[in-house]
Design a protein around this ligand. Structure first.
Ligand code: ZN
Ligand code: ZN
Length: 93
């Protein structure tokens, strides 16, 4: 599916590998808008709509209709993990 124009591109495994060679990897070129924005998608088992799989940048990797983002995912600021004595854990590197 094209990330730029939402066109759904149906490719066989052979066509997909040819397109990957032509585009020098993913994303592939879109046949509709010509942008190099075509990523592999999965179809939702619940509602059948397409969603970008988790290897696509900025993609949640799931159907946003059936699995909308939770509140903590919208706010990426992690809560500091406190030890029993109340001191924050040292930052792990
Ligand atoms: Zn497109
Ligand atoms: Zn769904």
């Amino acid at each position: 599916m094209c990330d730029a124009c939402d066109a759904v591109v149906q490719l066989t495994a052979l066509e997909a590998s040819e397109e990957e060679q032509r585009a020098d990897g993913v994303p592939l070129f879109c046949g509709k808008c010509g942008e190099k924005h075509v990523y592999r998608v999965a179809s939702c088992q619940l509602c059948g709509s397409y969603y970008f799989s988790s290897d696509v940048p900025n993609s949640p990797g799931r159907c946003m209709i059936c699995f909308p983002p939770k509140r903590e995912e919208l706010d990426p600021e992690p809560e500091p993990i406190l030890e029993d004595d109340g001191k924050p854990l040292p930052p792990s590197e």
